[in-house]
Design a protein around this ligand. Structure first.
Ligand SMILES: NC(=O)c1ccc[n+]([C@@H]2O[C@H](COP(=O)([O-])OP(=O)(O)OC[C@H]3O[C@@H](n4cnc5c(N)ncnc54)[C@H](OP(=O)(O)O)[C@@H]3O)[C@@H](O)[C@H]2O)c1
Length: 428
């Protein structure tokens, strides 16, 4: 066997400790698959004395992650500290500048600095890989950059945040409202104490931006992702969706339209019978459509110690074998700046309106929609109470800009008691 690949690990939390554990379990098999030994030489974290449940005694310790990246006995750095800037970025830059490969799980850092880091990697003949940053244990970046690389990619969709999918499926299964499921999820450790990155769609939008760049050969454009969270989803929406044969998912969609790149991370209605509609609990799913291959579906665990370590070490084995793939599938200087598609493809929408229980309220709504050429497919109205009447509408296909204009008119009118909720019905 040839010389070992010497690895440093920055961050020894859930993922870092999982990597040490997985290498201790499968080191021999991994070395055979890589064609050379894989050897951890040095590690770094904030507190040296912490018990992490793994034996670190054979590895050198560095307090400073940047010093870790510069060590002479390191060929590849695994960055699992997290954080969009700060030490994670400093360490990544130091490693790449020194011509060392970097494998990271840090979607926030890549969504904001992916272009610059990919450029730096290529300049220094180093690899930057991040399978674990997108859909955890599912090897979807590998699918895009290798197995499906001969295709023109037409659309990428994904349920990319397990916390959101858990909340939405629990609401439907048990008939609980959003707030009570969120606090139960926090108690069980499925949701962070500050859940805004998850339920606000930002975590999933980071991942979608990386998928879109790789799928369409565009610069990572996180700011171009239209992002909405699941905070406004009510039990009434979920039950209405179910009655109509749909489920509500926080769905990421990236596609190239005639207007430009459309990137959306929004709660959508998807057919209950579809693969995405059937997805339960914390599981992730990515759907990639290519012009020659058709539709491919990838499903699996999107987070957790084992799945994330699995994705990281898959990347490490690839690098040890000598595989060389640019971070976003094509050289960084060939990635194009995307035009953003403002309106996106036309779609039917589900609307939830809270209206004053007065004669003519429905006529106001119907008039505002008709003025924008939007016709109603289905409508239901609940018994009015002191909070007004809940009116649930499914429209025929329309553009989003026209719908927003109509909703604006409705919101300004005296019959509307609360801001309307509009959810796209996605044709999956
Ligand atoms: N957990 C998952 O399921 C998962 C899934 C996919 C991707 N990721 C990504 O993987 C990364 C790590 O996640 P995690 O869940 O393992 O996080 P974590 O449990 O919070 O661990 C973070 C580790 O980084 C160390 N660290 C933080 N700041 C540091 C600094 N300034 N200098 C040195 N070390 C520092 C911490 O040290 P101490 O232990 O000494 O405090 C800790 O060991 C994040 O980018 C995350 O988004 C995680």
């Amino acid at each position: 066997m040839s010389h070992p690949l010497r690895i440093a690990i920055a961050g020894l939390g859930t993922v870092g400790a999982g990597i040490v554990r997985m290498m201790a379990t499968h080191g021999t098999t991994m070395a055979m698959r890589a064609g050379r030994p894989l050897e951890i030489t040095a590690v770094s974290a904030r507190s040296r004395g912490k018990d992490r449940g793994v034996d670190l005694s054979a590895f050198a310790w560095e307090d400073d992650p940047v010093a870790l990246a510069r060590r002479d006995d390191v060929d590849l750095v695994i960055e699992v500290m997290g954080g969009e800037d700060g030490p994670a970025k400093a360490l990544t830059e130091a490693a790449l500048a020194a011509g060392k490969h970097v494998v990271t799980a840090n979607k926030a850092m890549l969504a904001h600095h992916g272009q610059a880091l990919a450029t730096l990697a290529e300049k220094n003949d180093a690899m930057l890989r991040y399978e674990a940053a997108v859909a955890g244990g599912i090897p979807v970046m590998k699918a895009l950059t290798e197995g499906l690389a001969a295709n023109g990619i037409t659309r990428v969709m994904g349920v990319l945040n397990g916390t959101c999918n858990y909340i939405l499926t629990q609401m439907e299964e048990h008939g609980y409202d959003y707030e009570s499921v969120l606090s139960a999820a926090q108690e069980k450790g499925y949701a962070e104490a500050d859940p805004s990155f998850d339920v606000g769609g930002i975590d999933a939008a980071h991942k979608l931006a990386l998928l879109a760049a790789t799928a369409f050969g565009t610069r990572v454009d996180f700011d171009g992702v239209q992002t909405e969270g699941i905070e406004q989803i009510s039990l009434a929406d979920i039950l209405m969706a179910r009655d109509l044969g749909y489920r509500i998912k926080l769905l990421g969609v990236a596609q190239m339209t005639s207007e430009g790149l459309e990137q959306r991370m929004q709660p959508c209605l998807v057919p209950a019978q579809s693969a995405l509609g059937g997805l339960q609990s914390v599981t992730n799913m990515v759907v990639i459509e290519g012009d020659f291959v058709g539709q491919t579906v990838f499903q699996g665990p999107g987070a957790g110690e084992g799945p994330t370590a699995s994705a990281i070490l898959g990347d490490v084995i690839d690098i040890a074998r000598g595989l060389r793939v640019p971070a976003f599938g094509i050289p960084a200087d060939r990635l194009t700046a995307p035009n953003r598609s403002a309106d996106g493809a036309a779609a039917a929408y589900y609307l939830r309106l809270t209206l004053d229980d007065t004669p003519g309220a429905l006529a106001t709504v119907a008039g505002a929609l008709a003025a924008e050429g939007i016709s109603i497919d289905q409508m239901r109205q609940s018994e009015p109470d002191e909070n007004g009447a809940l009116v649930l509408i499914v429209t025929h296909e329309t553009g989003r800009a026209a719908l927003d204009r109509a909703l604006n008119v409705i919101t300004q009118s005296p019959v509307s008691l609360k801001a309307p909720v509009a959810l796209r019905i996605e044709n999956v």
